[in-house]
Design a protein. Structure first.
Length: 524
C-alpha cells in the first residue's frame, strides 16, 4: 500500500513541483517497498523536470537504469550527458561503444574512469582480445549484464540495418562471436541475423566475419518460429543452392535434402512460387535421395498456377514435348504465351518456332491490305492473320475465323479441302508479337459484330480465292507477300510435339538448363 508521504509526493509532482518530480521519478526507476518499479512512469516524471535540471536527470537515468534499459528507452543522449560527471555513466557509455564496435570511443571514456579494469596499454590500442577482457571486466563489476548483451547488440545492429550500412550491422553482430561472454542469443537477435542475410542476398553484400554456425542457428530458430524468409533461405541452402551470390556453405555447414524439401513445402503452401520451382528442381533430379518425378510435376504445376513465368515456361515445354493432338499443343502454347508476356526470353524464342516465315516487306503488305479493305474488310482481315501467323494460302482462305480465335493465338481445325491427310491436320499457332495480338483483337471484334452465319457473306473458298486473285491483279501485287510457302515437312514438324521438340532440341536444353530463376530475386 502506498504511504501517505508517497501520496503527497505524487500530488506535488502532478501539480508541477520539480523536486517532487525528480524524487518520484527516481523512486519509480529503482522501485521501493511501497511503489513498484515502473520505468515508463519514472521517465515520464523525470522528463517533466528536464527544463530545470537536465544534469541531475541524466545522472538519475545512468545510475538507476541498466544499459539495456537505457538503449531500449532511447536515453543514450542522457547517458552521454551524465558521463561528463558520473563514473558509472562513463563505464556504461564505454560498454555501449564497445558493443557498437566503436573501440576508439569506448577506450576514450574508459581512460577517463577512475576504475582500472585492465592494463592501460590494452585500452590505448583495443584489440579483439582486449575488448573481450574489457567487456568481461564490465560484467564482473555489474556495469554490463551478460543476459542483456544480445539484446543491446541486436538493437544497435537493427538501427544500422540499411542497404548502405549493412557492413556496420554485420560488424556489430560479430561482436558476440569475438567476446568471451556467456551470451545466448535471443529470438530478436536471431531474427536480426536472418534479416541481415536477406539484405546481403538482395543487395549482393558479403557477410563479413559473421560465423556460419551462428547464421545457421538463427535460420533454424526463425524457421521454427514460422518466418517464411528464413524457411526459404534455409531450404535453399540445405539443398546446396546458392542464395543469390551467397554460396550454400556460407549459410549452412552441411546439406540435408529431406529437411530442405519440408521447409520449401512450407514456403510454397504460403504462396511463394519460387519455392515450388526449387522443389521441382530437387525432385526431378534422379540422382537425389528425394527424387520423385510425379512430385516434381506437381510442384511445377503449383508454381505455374501461382503465376511464375519460369514455371509456365518449363511446364509448357513438357506439355508440348509430350503432346500428340492439337488440344494438348494449345495448352502448352497457352502457358508459353503467358510466360513470354511476362518477359521470358526462352518462351518467346520457342513460340516463334511455331510461326512459319512469310516473305516480303511489311510496309508494302500493309499498304495492299488497306487498299483491299476498302473493297472487302473480311478478306483484308484474312490477309492480316495470314501474315501475322504465317498461314498458307489454303489455311488463310478456308479457316473459320469465328471459331479458331483464342486469347493467345489461333487453333486451326482439320482442313477438309486438303487431300493429303498429314497436311490437313489441325495446328495451333501463337501470337508472337504485339501486331499479331492486335490482329486477333481486330478479327474478334469484326466477327463478333456479325451473325453466326457470317461465312455466307464471304462466299465459298473458291469465291474468296477468285476475289483475291482479281484484286491482286488489279493492284499488280503477288500473293506470296501474304502467305507462307513452307514445305510440307516444315508444316508437319510443328504439328506434333515430339517432332517439334527434336527440331528445337538445343533451345529446349538451354531453357531447362537456365537456372537463373533458382537464385534469389525481389520475389521473397
Amino acid at each position: 500500500m502506498m504511504r501517505r508521504e508517497d501520496l503527497r509526493l505524487r500530488q506535488l509532482a502532478k501539480a508541477g513541483d520539480i523536486e517532487a518530480c525528480l524524487k518520484l521519478g527516481e523512486i519509480y526507476l529503482r522501485g521501493s517497498a511501497a511503489i513498484a518499479k515502473n520505468i515508463h512512469i519514472g521517465i515520464y516524471y523525470l522528463r517533466l523536470a528536464i527544463p530545470k535540471d537536465h544534469g541531475r536527470i541524466a545522472s538519475c537515468f545512468a545510475k538507476n537504469l541498466s544499459l539495456r534499459e537505457i538503449v531500449d528507452e532511447d536515453l543514450i543522449i542522457f547517458l552521454k550527458r551524465a558521463a561528463e560527471v558520473d563514473e558509472i555513466a562513463k563505464l556504461k557509455l564505454s560498454a555501449w561503444h564497445f558493443l557498437r564496435c566503436e573501440p576508439d570511443i569506448g577506450a576514450y571514456w574508459l581512460r577517463r574512469c577512475n576504475v582500472k579494469l585492465i592494463e592501460q596499454s590494452e585500452i590505448n590500442i583495443p584489440q579483439e582480445l582486449s575488448i573481450g577482457r574489457i567487456l568481461d571486466s564490465l560484467q564482473a563489476i555489474q556495469v554490463l549484464d551478460p543476459g542483456d548483451v544480445s539484446c543491446i547488440v541486436a538493437s544497435e545492429a537493427r538501427s544500422e540495418l540499411d542497404e548502405n550500412r549493412l557492413d556496420v550491422s554485420i560488424k556489430i553482430i560479430s561482436t558476440l562471436s569475438k567476446v568471451r561472454l556467456s551470451v545466448s542469443p535471443d529470438l530478436a537477435l536471431h531474427q536480426l541475423i536472418c534479416d541481415i542475410v536477406a539484405y546481403a542476398e538482395k543487395y549482393k553484400h558479403d557477410l563479413g566475419s559473421l560465423p556460419t554456425s551462428l547464421i545457421e542457428q538463427s535460420l533454424e530458430r526463425c524457421s521454427a518460429n514460422g518466418d517464411l524468409n528464413a524457411c526459404h533461405l534455409l531450404g535453399r541452402s540445405l539443398a546446396g543452392y546458392p542464395c543469390g551470390h551467397l554460396p550454400a556453405n556460407r549459410l549452412v555447414r552441411s546439406q540435408n535434402l529431406r529437411k530442405s524439401v519440408a521447409l520449401l513445402l512450407r514456403c510454397g503452401d504460403a504462396g511463394m512460387p519460387i519455392a515450388w520451382l526449387h522443389l521441382f528442381r530437387i525432385c526431378s533430379d534422379y540422382r537425389s535421395s528425394v527424387a520423385n518425378p510425379t512430385m516434381a510435376r506437381f510442384c511445377l504445376e503449383k508454381a505455374a498456377k501461382q503465376g511464375s513465368a519460369e514455371a509456365e515456361r518449363c511446364l509448357g515445354i513438357i506439355i508440348l514435348r509430350e503432346s500428340f493432338d492439337v488440344g494438348t499443343m494449345a495448352n502448352g502454347m497457352k502457358l508459353l504465351h503467358s510466360s513470354a508476356g511476362k518477359g521470358d526470353s526462352f518462351a518467346k524464342a520457342l513460340l516463334s518456332s511455331f510461326v512459319l516465315p512469310v516473305i516480303g516487306q511489311e510496309e508494302e503488305a500493309q499498304a495492299v491490305i488497306l487498299e483491299i479493305q476498302r473493297v472487302s474488310p473480311v478478306l483484308a482481315m484474312r490477309l492480316r492473320l495470314a501474315r501475322a501467323f504465317g498461314l498458307t494460302k489454303l489455311e488463310a482462305l478456308s479457316m473459320n475465323i469465328a471459331v479458331i480465335i483464342r486469347p493467345w493465338g489461333l487453333v486451326l481445325e482439320r482442313n477438309i479441302l486438303i487431300a493429303k491427310r498429314k497436311l490437313s491436320e489441325p495446328r495451333a499457332i501463337p501470337a508472337i508479337n504485339s501486331y499479331a495480338m492486335s490482329c486477333l483483337d481486330m478479327a474478334s471484334n469484326l466477327y463478333l459484330s456479325k451473325s453466326q452465319d457470317s461465312s455466307i457473306y464471304e462466299g465459298s473458298f473458291r469465291a474468296r480465292s477468285l476475289q483475291l486473285r482479281r484484286l491482286l491483279q488489279k493492284i499488280q501485287v503477288q500473293e506470296k507477300i501474304f502467305f507462307s510457302t513452307a514445305s510440307s515437312q516444315e508444316r508437319d514438324a510443328i504439328r506434333v510435339g515430339s517432332k517439334w521438340a527434336k527440331m528445337q532440341k538445343d533451345t529446349l536444353n538451354a531453357a531447362f538448363l537456365d537456372q537463373s530463376f533458382f537464385e534469389a530475386n525481389n520475389c521473397n
